[in-house]
Ligand binder design. Sequence first.
Ligand code: ADP
Ligand code: MG
Length: 258
Amino acid sequence: MINVNNVSKMYGEFSALRNVSCSIQEGEWWGIIGPNGSGKSTLLQLISGVDKITTGELKIRGHHVSKYGRRELSQMLAVLQQDGLPAISFPVRDIIEMGRFPFQDWMGRDLGDNADTIIEDIMNKLQLQELGDRPLDELSGGQRQRVALGKVMAQEPRILLLDEPTTFLDIYYQLQFMELVANWRKETGITVIAVLHDLNLAAQFCDKLLVLQEGEVVGLGTPDEILTEDNIRRVYKVDPAVVQHPKSGVPQVLLSRT
Ligand code: ADP
Ligand code: MG
C-alpha cells in the first residue's frame, strides 16, 4: 500500500534521509524508532505529502504521493502530532466535526449523508460524550489527545500517521491512547505508522519496527528481531537489559546505569 523506494531528503546541503526503502502493507501497524534527529518526523512528513522527497520514489496505492490532490490525500491519510490540538476554547464536539473537512463543500456542509452518526459514534467510542460541550482548553492533556484522535477518526482515513502521540501523557493515558488506536484498527483495518519514543509501547503494539539512525535505515523487522540488547546499544548508545514481558512475552527494555 505504501512503497518507499530509495528515498532521500535533503534540506539544503543537509541530508536528513538517505536511501530509505520499505513496503508497508494495508492494515499493518509500523513503528518508526531511532534517536532524536534521525529523520523519523521527516519520513512521516514525506509520506503525508506535507514535504517533498528529493530523490527516489514514494507511492501510496500505486500512485506517487505528489500526484494526489490535497482533498484526496486528506481523505486517504490523517496525521496526529505530539500535541495533537492547540488549547483553543472550542467545544469538543465542534473540534471532532472539524475532522470532516475532506468531506465538506466550500460552505462547510458535509457531503456524506451520515456525518452526525459518524460523530456520535466516535464520541461514544472515545468516551467523550460527557465532554462534548466542554471547551478544549479546559481539558487535561490526556483528554485533549483523545479529542485529537476523535478528530482524525472523523476524517475516516485509511492511513493514520502518528508522531510521538503519547509523549506528553501519563502512563494511564499513554496506554489508553494506544488501545483506542488498536481498537480503531481492528474495526476498520486502517494502516498505522507511528513514530514512538517508548520502545516498550512500540513492542506491545507494532507489527514491524523501522529503525532510523542519522537518516538511514539500520533495522527493519518484528519487535522480537529489532529490540535486542545489541541493536539498542548500537543505535541509542545505552547499555540496556532486554527481558520478555511476563504476560505477553514481547521484548521490554530496561535501562541500566553504567
Ligand atoms: P526526528 O524526528 O527523528 O527527531 P527529524 O526528522 O525531525 O528527526 O529531523 C532529522 C534531521 O533533519 C535533524 O537534524 C533536523 O534538524 C533536520 N531537519 C528537519 N526538518 C528540517 C528543515 N525543515 N530544515 C532543515 N533541517 C531540518
Ligand atoms: Mg521527530
